[in-house]
Structures are given as C-alpha cells and as structure tokens.
Design a protein around this ligand. Structure first.
Ligand code: ADP
Length: 667
C-alpha cells in the first residue's frame, strides 16, 4: 500500500483507513479501557507521515489489537456423560487419569447448576429496589445493601457470585467493596455502576479487577446482559481456579491427545504451545513495541489464532523452560497461570491487559520434579505412566491400527494384524515407555502396503500381517532383550534409572587395576551420581569384613567405575545400591546375575532409601527381560498400588540394607 501527501493534506485513502480502524475498534468487543487506548493510538496514527517507520508499526499494532477475540467465547458443553463417552471412545485404559479429569469437570458442572447469588449495593433506594425486582424475576438469588458498610459486613458473612455496586457512595465506596471482594473471593465478578460516567473511574475500576462498568442512567437490558456475561465468564473459569491440570509422564503416553479430547468434550477450541528450551521471556510475553520486529508472545498469539478467549491451551514441556539472562520465562508463565492475576495479563507487545481467566490451561511435563516450585504449587499433577506390553497391544488393535488404516487409504481392504505380529513390533522394533514408535512402525507397514497396491504389485485384498510380514516390511529387528541375552560377569550389575523418556536399565561396571586406591568415574555421570559412587565405595571399604573382603585390598588398587552409553548424561542418587553391589562383586570375585536389577539410594551406613519412578522402572525391567527387581523396602507403597497383572513376569524383592541382597545377586 502506498500513500501520498500533497500540500500537507492527508490523502483520501488514509482517511478511509482511519475510519475503518475506528469502526473495527468499536466492534472489536474490547473493554472500555482498552478501547480508550486504541483510540489514542489511532489519534497518533492519524497524524503520522505514511512514509515513516512508525506509521507501519502503529498500523500493525492497532490491527493486531482489533483482531484479538476480546469477548468471543464458545459456551461450554457441561455434560459429564458425554465427556466420559468421548474419553472412553478415544483412549484405552488410563482409568485413573480419566477419573481425575471427570472429577475436575464435575466440580465445574456442580458450580454451574446453582442459582448465582447477587449482592446489590446502592445508596439510592429506588435503584436498589428496581434492580432487586428485575433480577429476582430472572431467577437470581438477590441480597441488597443500602451502603458500603453494610455491603462489607455481608461480604464477611457470605459468598456472592456477582456484586453489582455503585461507585460513588458516602463513606465506604465502590472501590473499597471491589478491593474486599478481590481479596476474599477471587472468582466473584464485580460490576460497577456510577452516575459519573467519567472514563477515568471506569478505567480505574477495570484496572483494579472489576468485570464490567455501567454508566447511569442505564437500560435494564444492559444490566441483565452484563450479569449474564459475568455468570458465563465465571463458569468458564471455575475449573482453572486454584488448580491447573499438569499431565506428567514419558512421551507418547497420550497426554496431548487427552488434552485435545477434553477440549472436544467441553466444546472448546484447542491450541498447543511447546515450551521446551524457551529461554527468552519475550517468547511468552512478547517484545515491547520499541524493538524492531517486535511480536506478541506465544500465549496471546495462540489465543488470536483460535479466535476465542476461552480455548483449552496446552503448554507442553513446562519442565524444560530455562532461566538465563533474558528475563525469567517461568515468572511470565506464573502470571499467565495465576487466577489471581491472569484476568489482566500484560503482554509487552499489546501493552494493555488481556483477560486470560477464561482459558483452561493444561500443562505437560516429562518429570514433574524438574518444574520450578512456584509453578508446581499451582498445579494438580496427574501422572501418565508407560504402558505394559498387553496395554500397548490393545491400544494398537483398538486405536493405532484403525487410525493408520484410515490414514493410509486402506479402509476397503484393511490389513489384519495378528497378536504375535503386534508383539513382535513392540518387542523387537521399539523400546519405549509410550507408543509413539509403535504407531510409527504400524504406519510404515500400512504405507508400504498402500504403495505396493498402487504400483500394482499387490491385489486389493486384505493382507494378514504375521511376524514374518513384519520382518519383511520393517527389516531386521532393532532391539534385543539386553539382559536375557547377556552373560553374568564379575563387577557388572544391572541397575534401573528413571529418565524423561520413561524408565531404563543401566549396567554399572567396576574394574580394578594395580594402583593406590584412587577412584575413577566415567560414563557422563552427574554430580549426584558421582557422590553416590564415592559413598558406595566408602561403605564397602568400611564394611569389607562383612562381605569377606580383606581391608588392605583397597590400598593396592585403583578402582574404575563406568556406566556405558557414555553419550547419555546420567544422574540421581538411585544407582547407589547398584554401584555398591558392583564393587562387592568385583572384590569378592563372584559373578553378578544380569537378570536381577536393583534401584535404591545407599547411605554410608548401608541403609537403603526410597527412590522415584518405580512403576516406570519396573516397566523398563520387563522390556529388557529382567526376571527379578530389587527395590527399597520403603517403596512398598508404590508396588501395592499397582494392579496385579502389572507385576506378572517379574519377581519383586524389597531390601532395607545392602546385606539383605548380596546372595540374591551374586552367584
Ligand atoms: P504425549 O503427548 O504423551 O507425548 P500423544 O498424546 O501425542 O502423547 O500420544 C501419541 C499417540 O498415541 C497419539 O496418536 C495418541 O492418540 C496415541 N495414544 C496414546 N495413548 C493412548 C491411549 N491410551 N489410547 C489410545 N491412543 C493413545
């Protein structure tokens, strides 16, 4: 677009642009205080030289403001049975997860069924009585107060969903009431009324958290509409108040897809923001407009993209945000997630508050322990764990295969996967807690069949997928049972670790060579793991006689502890017991059983402390072919809460101290 200025006269086109923007501003549904600012910007804009850089920046800014869904919302479909049906149809198992989600929705539904209670505060009797009469007829539960003092007393005694108050009153005024409500009931909406239709007090009221502003003389329809909006707004925020759902678990366990189903069940739009590796606060909260190329942050941008102010917004990998010199992304997130503050979230680019209280935030994390504490405090953690082989097989049969058949265009002659073929894919072509690769492998097979049909190499008949057909399409197996196929050795003990992709097995190797008692540690061990190794060595040295090791042996050797797969960083205290066993095996020269895996933190006195991720570790042990898993006695509660069939195929032994398990591992 090009503009010309002749004799300082503003070109016709520009006038049209300005008028169009003015119209868009008034139709955008922005709250009055934002409209005020937008109009001021428009005023500045109208005086700018079209060839200046500022002109384009301001134009983009105003267009961005008017494009936001300020008051556009979808209405919630609060039907618990429907939600349950959607979750069950789309997701296999995950009973605990689904129950927690349904409970969450039930609270919301219960709160929505009550008649909202309204407090009317006005010192003019006529207005008070009028409003009371009209609102009672609308089925609201109405209580009135004739002045601020009485209103404060009532607010002390009871809770109201909506407060409708005059601003200007003798003594205690509307602002004092607003302040009290905000401090006591964060979810109560306050609508302010005043005869002094000064924009200043409206702006002030909204800034301090009022929901809406009505100027006297008002039409009763206007009040009714405002109350209806306040009620709807309250409902859409109920489930986010106080607790934000955090789905925690390894990749591919269904976190994102369940989030999407929740949105569908509620009839809301869905959007996702990946937070992994975000360092710069501006990515969340936007750049100030003074920067060249300034942009709004991802939260506001996603909301704009969905076109509504109340989507389900999934924030992925909240445990992976980093903190560095470019501000603190976590604190920006905190502000977005905090129901006490997010009704006036400030994006630096927008520079005006945007109400995020209607957004239902769901966050996901691989390891919740890594989430910053301030954020964690506001979340209700729902754990997604890895799947057993049986569960994976059922998900493949009921969901993944039908989905891939449809996607690859094989609906008319669907390939028929046998149970053995699916198990072969799970065991020999994937090694994961979730089912992402399983889905990928099934997709590959379906795609190859589709290609052959198209090329004419295959008839349009349903193919039976047997283990042999799997091997034909996917090539030689990629994974082996590391443990079942390995030989027992001296100084090599199997351990279990918990990583962000689920549980995994490790082999701790210990070797000795002539030297002076030095300890060498290799294999990308983190500090905590290094300390565990030192503690394990000290423990074995100081208790050598108990294990039949002569004390002076240690002085003559250097000891090397290595954990293979050196490229993968490893840390955490849970390898302490495994390292100690590797050392005992080494110095007693007894073979260690490969198919026994240990996890547990070791103290210097040989006691074993509980560790995290037990369920994931047991799944990993089963995947690797481990027969016996030894875990700390104090982790018994984790085992007791697991379903019986989960423990099929592995023996679980509890230990209180290292001495308990020597003969279980060493031959
Ligand atoms: P995450 O977000 O945990 O990484 P996704 O939701 O992306 O996992 O899931 C990966 C794939 O697995 C998706 O296609 C999803 O539909 C499927 N999936 C995962 N869990 C289940 C389940 N319990 N039932 C049906 N499909 C599932």
């Amino acid at each position: 677009m090009k503009f010309f200025r002749r004799n300082n006269q503003i070109d016709e086109t520009q006038i049209t642009i300005i008028e169009e923007l003015r119209k868009k501003i008034s139709q955008s549904g922005m709250p009055p205080h934002v409209q005020e600012i937008a109009l001021k910007e428009l005023d500045l804009f109208s005086k700018m030289n079209p060839s200046s850089a500022e002109y384009t920046i301001t134009l983009t800014y105003i267009e961005y403001l008017v494009s936001l869904p300020w008051n556009k919302k979808t209405s919630d479909n609060l039907n618990l049975e429907r939600a349950e049906r959607i979750l069950n149809e789309r997701h296999y198992g995950l009973y605990e997860v689904k129950n927690r989600i349904l409970e969450h929705l039930a609270v919301k539904i219960l709160s929505s069924n009550k008649n909202p209670r309204i407090l009317i505060v006005d010192d003019e009797e006529i207005t008070r009585k009028n409003l009371e009469h009209v609102l009672k007829k609308e089925n609201y539960d109405v209580v009135t107060a004739k002045n601020g003092v009485e209103a404060l007393r009532l607010l002390d005694e009871q809770k109201f969903e909506i407060v409708l108050t005059d601003i200007k009153m003798e003594g205690v005024d509307g602002f004092a009431i607003l302040e009290k409500v905000k401090a006591k009931y964060s979810n109560t909406k306050v609508i302010m009324i005043t005869a002094y239709a000064a924009v200043d007090s409206a702006v002030e009221a909204i800034k301090r958290g009022a929901f809406h502003y009505i100027a006297k003389p008002f039409k009763i329809e206007e009040v009714k509409l405002s109350i209806k909006q306040a009620v709807e707004d309250r409902l859409s925020t109920i489930s986010t108040k106080g607790s934000i759902l955090c789905f925690a678990g390894p990749p591919g366990t269904g976190k994102t897809s369940i989030g999407k189903s929740i949105a569908d069940a509620l009839g809301r739009k869905f959007a996702r923001i990946s937070l992994g590796g975000i360092k710069d606060e501006a990515e969340i909260r936007g750049h100030r407009r003074t920067y060249a190329g300034a942009k709004p942050g991802r939260i506001i941008e996603e909301i704009r993209r969905t076109g509504v102010a109340n989507p389900v917004l999934m924030l992925d990998e909240i445990d992976k945000i980093c903190q560095d010199f470019k501000g603190d992304p976590a604190s920006a997130l905190l502000e977005a997630l905090d129901p006490e503050q997010n009704y006036a979230f400030i994006d630096h680019y927008l520079d005006v508050p945007f109400d995020l209280s209607g957004v239902m935030f769901i966050v996901t994390a691989n390891i919740p322990d890594n989430i910053q504490h301030a954020l964690l405090d506001r979340m209700e953690i729902i754990e997604f764990s890895g799947y057993t082989e049986e569960e994976k097989k059922n998900i493949a049969l009921k969901h993944l295969i039908p989905k891939q058949i449809a996607e690859q265009g094989l609906t008319e002659f669907p390939p028929e996967f046998t149970d053995e073929a699916i198990l072969k894919i799970i065991q020999e072509y994937t090694r994961e807690a979730g089912i992402r690769n399983l889905e990928r492998m099934i997709a590959t097979i379906c795609r190859k069949i589709a290609t052959e049909v198209v090329k004419g190499n295959k008839a349009r008949n349903s193919v039976k997928i047997t283990p042999e057909v799997v091997e034909f399409y996917l090539g030689p197996r990629r994974f082996y049972f590391e443990v079942a196929d390995a030989k027992n050795r001296v100084g090599v003990v199997t351990g279990l670790v918990w990583t962000e992709t689920g549980g995994d097995i490790i082999f701790v190797e210990a070797a000795k060579m002539k030297g002076k008692g030095e300890l060498i540690l290799t294999g990308s061990l983190g500090n905590i793991m290094k300390e565990s190794a030192q503690a394990a060595l000290s423990y074995v040295k100081s208790n050598s006689s108990m294990f039949g090791i002569s004390e002076d042996t240690f002085e003559n050797y250097d000891i090397h502890i290595h954990v293979p797969q050196g490229a993968i960083p490893k840390d955490g205290p849970s390898a302490g017991a495994t390292i100690a066993m590797a050392l005992i095996s080494l110095f007693t020269n007894r073979l260690a059983r490969r198919d026994v895996a240990i996890t547990g933190e070791l103290t210097l006195s040989g006691r074993i402390l509980p560790v995290g991720g037990i369920k994931e570790k047991i799944l990993a042990a089963k995947r690797a072919g481990v027969k016996t898993v030894i875990i700390p006695h104090r982790n018994r509660v984790d085992i007791d809460s697991l379903p019986e069939n989960f423990k099929n195929g592995v023996e679980i032994i509890f230990m209180e101290k290292i001495g308990d398990i020597v003969d279980k591992i060493l031959i």
